[in-house]
Design a protein around this ligand. Structure first.
Ligand SMILES: Cc1cc2nc3c(=O)[nH]c(=O)nc-3n(C[C@H](O)[C@H](O)[C@H](O)COP(=O)(O)OP(=O)(O)OC[C@H]3O[C@@H](n4cnc5c(N)ncnc54)[C@H](O)[C@@H]3O)c2cc1C
Ligand code: SF4
Length: 479
């Protein structure tokens, strides 16, 4: 009898956990542990050939063929597992570390119990593949002269470049930052994703023939029209970089920053770059208030603790989610429930249902935050809105405020402006069913098109855009 016969009925879900809190706060190394191969094989055995694998169909945006991957991992058929994973996934070593695992939210075993640890099994396949030399550059057998420009080297741009390069197109990726990777490099801290993993992937792409031009802000340093003349198609993958602001009195004080410059500086420092003193944003010895309860806020929290903050608060205007899946998100939807990242387990205090009313300063620098509690009341249109609770006002000392309120979209992106791309009523750049903008031959993908989201969605969108570009270049666009 095989362990797979009774799978999740007999074998409980096992998580790898994190390195010890006291140790991990002393460095920037990854916090997540790995299960042993034997433990992971047991976890793979929990997947039991369910009739309709929702993980594959509606969970993973890349449609990774999860049940087959789990069987191959259980049987230690690493080459086949890697080939299958790579067939749908442009860079699994990244999601194996930082994906929230949408697949697990849709896992059939999770309907009445605990889902299969799909991300951990993906990681085991990845680690085996790299360790045993299965991951090799695969340049296209035939290279044709059709040239495609990709603007932006985050996951969406990289996925589009990878898929089109495999099809033999000549690809140049333009990136305004000093190094490629987008938020993977400059936003996500090393304790979640070390940058050598990204460098290894970029090197593989270079070895496969993709060209990278970094330090080039397209639309500013290089004309978008010039690119359009020299390349047969252009893909805009510039991200959703416009941060949502906080419109309250005192916003102009010193000591109040958007989250991204704070996180980017730490990532640059971790790569050995020196940050000039007069530009430095540091949490050392500060009482830090992070406004925004999402992933970006949680990354600020973990970064501030490592930098030596005295205290860290994370404020969220939404109510605290339930501990278990909320009935508003029934299976197989991605469950709304309380999530605690590794950073939340390290320290700091989370406050829910609170709103910032004003920021108080002394000698031009922020010293206190004034806020209140809110309740969420349905308006006439049925949509819930926050309403201050009378008598709930509070004030808290703070001398560093980090704004992690999300992103509104690509903003006045230079390519969109210079190419005069049409926008929808919400201000997002329009694209048709083939991901083409109002300018023929110019496509748009990832967060720049859909708004701030997740790495796995950016990868999936980038890959989908690559197929649309191929159809356009081969005249199949209308089908
Ligand atoms: C702090 C933070 C933490 C996150 N953590 C996670 C996580 O743990 N898991 C997860 O799944 N998702 C996470 N996300 C979300 C995820 O990182 C994004 O959804 C994803 O990176 C979007 O990919 P993208 O390629 O569309 O854009 P980006 O990654 O934003 O890349 C866009 C790139 O385009 C470049 N660019 C823009 N304009 C130009 C121009 N004119 N010329 C040249 N280059 C240009 C930019 O410099 C940038 O490098 C996080 C986001 C943030 C901000
Ligand atoms: S990429 Fe993310 S959603 Fe897809 S299978 Fe891997 S962990 Fe699951």
């Amino acid at each position: 009898m095989s362990k797979r016969d009774r799978g999740f009925i007999d074998i409980p879900r096992q998580e790898p956990g994190y390195r010890r809190r006291e140790r991990r706060l002393q460095d920037w190394r990854p916090v997540e542990r790995m299960l042993t191969s034997e433990e992971l094989r047991d976890q793979a055995a929990r997947c039991m050939d369910c009739g309709t694998p929702f993980c594959h169909g509606c969970g993973c945006p890349l449609h990774n063929i999860v049940p087959e991957l789990n069987v191959l991992a259980y049987q230690s058929r690493w080459r086949e597992a890697w080939d299958l994973l790579e067939s749908t996934h442009p860079m699994p070593e990244i999601t194996a570390r930082i994906c929230p695992a949408l697949c697990e939210g849709a896992c059939v075993a999770g309907l009445h119990g605990e889902p299969v640890t799909i991300r951990q099994i993906e990681r085991m396949i990845v680690e085996h593949a790299f360790e045993s030399g299965l991951v090799k550059p695969k340049p296209p057998a035939v290279r044709h002269n059709t040239r495609i420009a990709v603007v932006g080297s985050g996951p969406a741009g990289l996925a589009a470049a990878d898929r089109l390069n495999r099809a033999g197109y000549s690809i140049t990726v333009f990136e305004s930052a000093a190094k490629p990777g987008g938020i993977l490099r400059y936003g996500i801290p090393d304790f979640k994703l070390e940058k050598w993993i990204l460098d290894r992937r970029i090197q593989r792409m270079v070895d496969e023939g993709i060209q990278f031009e970094t330090g080039v802000d397209v639309g500013v340093d290089l004309s978008s029209h010039y690119l359009l003349r020299r390349y047969q198609a252009m893909i805009l993958a510039g991200g959703a970089q416009e941060p949502r602001n906080l419109d309250v009195p005192g916003r102009e004080l010193d000591g109040i920053h958007f989250a991204m410059p704070f996180l980017t500086q730490q990532n640059r420092r971790s790569e050995g770059e020196a940050i000039p003193d007069d530009e430095t944003i540091t949490a050392r010895d500060r009482i830090v208030t992070v406004i925004g309860g999402g992933d970006t806020g949680s990354d600020c929290l973990g970064t501030a603790l490592r930098q030596g903050a005295r205290k860290v608060y994370q404020l969220e205007i939404l109510p605290r989610p339930p501990a278990q899946r909320s009935p508003s998100t029934p299976w197989p939807e991605w469950p709304l429930r309380l999530r605690e990242s590794s950073s939340h387990l390290e320290g700091g205090q989370r406050l829910w249902s609170v709103m910032t009313r004003r920021l108080e300063g002394r000698d031009g620098r922020v010293v206190r935050l004034h806020g209140c509690e809110v309740e969420w009341i349905a308006g006439e249109d049925g949509r819930k809105k926050p309403r201050p609770i009378e008598g709930s006002d509070f004030a808290m000392d703070t001398d560093l405020v980090l704004l992690a309120l999300g992103f509104t979209g690509p903003g006045r992106h230079p390519c969109a402006e210079t190419l005069d791309l049409a926008r929808d009523p919400q201000g997002m750049i329009q694209r048709d069913a083939h991901q083409m903008t109002s300018q023929r031959g110019v496509f748009i993908t990832g967060d720049m098109a859909a708004g701030a989201s997740l790495v796995v969605r950016a990868l999936a969108d980038g890959a989908r855009t690559a197929y649309s570009v191929k159809d356009y270049l081969t005249g199949k666009e209308a089908t």
